[in-house]
Design a protein around this ligand. Structure first.
Ligand code: SDX
Length: 428
């Protein structure tokens, strides 16, 4: 019977090693026994950007990149987007199960009653320049929350972990809205506990002089679905940052601030903003061929396209594309959608993109929806962060409770100079 092992032959000295195969992987530590000389450190795997390295086992999110499949705790993203709600999905990601009526009611109660932030946080946001990028404000204020909740350091206490999770999921929309209102020079709007999660965000963003803000139900529903679609995505850059910072037993506010910082990058969560800027730069359908030529020359990237894992159409992009038309029917067509649809079609027909398996990802259409809601581009990644917070927290807790995990500390291959003598400055 075939053995579930690899036999490795070191051709430097003819030694052979047998290492077990688990989950179609070999343990990198099993390579350390491979030595040319007995006093060597032993072999390591070398994997810049971790393109082929599993950092953990997980039961939270499954991505089948070849087939374009995404499941949260075994439930398909398509079904959750069609039938669930963001807070129900947040509960699913964190607890592993869809809540029953009482559990969902209790979870919603907890989130609703943690939406306020300390008035010092409002004053802290006031101190930013009027044109401060909302993601810069978010990274800073999420980290600042750690100074208000010293109990968050009790990361080994399940009850403390749950309380901080409720606080973070509840307060992210408040921080997002405050950053937006600060930018516009508008007074902050306090949470309205009678509104839904997405409805309350719209209230805190857009309420003006009316006695009570009435969120547009189509827009609120679209936001809720977008949050579901962004809720988790296995070991992406920002989640890996959450896990790495959390592995030192830092509090979850500090770890979430690190995750927000990673998400800020244009190659990650900043791509939805970059897509809208790209579509505006293209300006018209007639300019698409020349822009695609620039992409193929390597001058620019086709933002919102490509993915480290999906080598097929990102299933989230499909849902968002159809959601966009629902929102446009309510708020009016975003003129950039025609350029986006034509650009997608031209790219998918082009061998350059087909050979590299480059398809639209979650960011390609999401920004067009936010823009049609009259949200400024620089708040798009903040909305991504709101959606991703339950996923970050679920992954953080899974890391903390995984007996195999320790503080994240990769090794390196040193290729620099060695053993140099100090040279006095007058001899350099
Ligand atoms: C998100 O990891 C996640 O799960 C992330 C995310 C999540 O939910 O957390 O899904 C969210 O971040 C989505 C991705 C958003 N970013 C963008 O849309 C930015 C544009 N996309 C790329 O920069 C790129 O596709 C990445 C960053 C998403 C993935 O990069 P990889 O896997 O490191 O791929 P690569 O850079 O090695 O590219 C492989 C080849 C290269 O060509 P060659 O050098 O082989 O000739 O494909 C080309 C790249 O030049 N390529 C692109 C391209 N993406 C890859 N060429 C043009 N346009 C692109 N968008």
């Amino acid at each position: 019977m075939a053995k579930n092992t690899l036999t490795i032959t070191d051709n430097r000295n003819g030694a052979t090693y047998e290492v077990p195969i688990q989950n179609d992987t070999v343990r990198a530590m099993d390579l350390r026994q491979i030595k040319e000389h007995s006093d060597d450190f032993g072999m390591m795997s070398y994997d810049p950007a971790f393109k082929n390295t599993a950092s953990t086992t997980s039961r939270i999110t499954l991505i089948d990149g070849a087939r374009g499949v995404l499941q949260y705790r075994g439930y398909s993203i398509e079904e959750l987007a069609a039938k669930s709600s963001f807070l129900e999905v947040a509960h699913l990601l964190i607890s592993g199960e869809l809540p029953n009526t009482d559990e969902l009611g209790e979870f919603q109660h907890q989130i609703t009653h943690h939406t306020m932030v300390h008035e010092n946080i409002r004053e802290f946001i006031d101190a930013f320049r009027y044109d401060a990028h909302p993601m810069g404000i978010l990274v800073s204020t999420v980290a600042a929350l750690s100074t208000f909740y010293p109990d968050a350091k009790e990361v080994s206490d399940p009850a403390s972990r749950r309380l901080q999770m409720h606080r973070l999921i509840a307060k992210m929309p408040t921080l997002a809205a405050y950053a937006y209102r600060h930018r516009r020079g508008l007074p902050y709007i306090y949470p309205d506990n009678d509104l839904s999660y997405a409805g309350n965000l719209l209230n805190m963003l857009f309420k003006m002089t009316e006695v009570r803000y009435e969120p547009n139900p189509t827009v609120a529903k679209a936001l809720d679905v977008l949050f579901i679609l962004h809720a988790d995505h296995e070991q992406n850059c920002s989640t890996s940052s959450m896990r790495a910072v959390g592995s030192s037993r830092a509090d979850p506010f500090s770890a979430t601030a690190a995750a927000c910082a990673a998400l800020y990058g244009p190659l990650h969560g900043g791509a939805n903003e970059a897509v809208v800027r790209m579509l505006a730069e293209i300006g018209s359908v007639s300019n698409i061929p020349s822009y695609l030529e620039r992409v193929k020359q390597g001058e620019v990237r086709l933002m919102g396209f490509g993915h480290r894992v999906y080598k097929n159409y990102d299933p989230r992009a499909k849902v968002i594309k159809s959601l966009a038309y629902d929102v446009f029917s309510e708020l009016g067509q975003n003129p950039l959608i025609d350029i986006a649809v034509e650009l997608e079609g031209k790219a998918l027909d082009d061998p350059y993109f087909a050979e590299r398996k480059l398809y639209p990802n979650v960011d390609f259409y999401s920004g067009l929806i936010y823009q049609s809601m009259n949200l400024p581009m620089d708040i798009f990644p903040v909305l991504f962060a709101i959606g991703r917070t339950p996923g970050w927290l679920a992954q953080w807790e899974e890391m903390l409770t995984d007996a195999e995990q320790k503080i994240a500390r990769p090794r390196q291959v040193y290729v620099g100079k060695r053993d140099r003598s100090y040279v006095p400055i007058d001899q350099r």
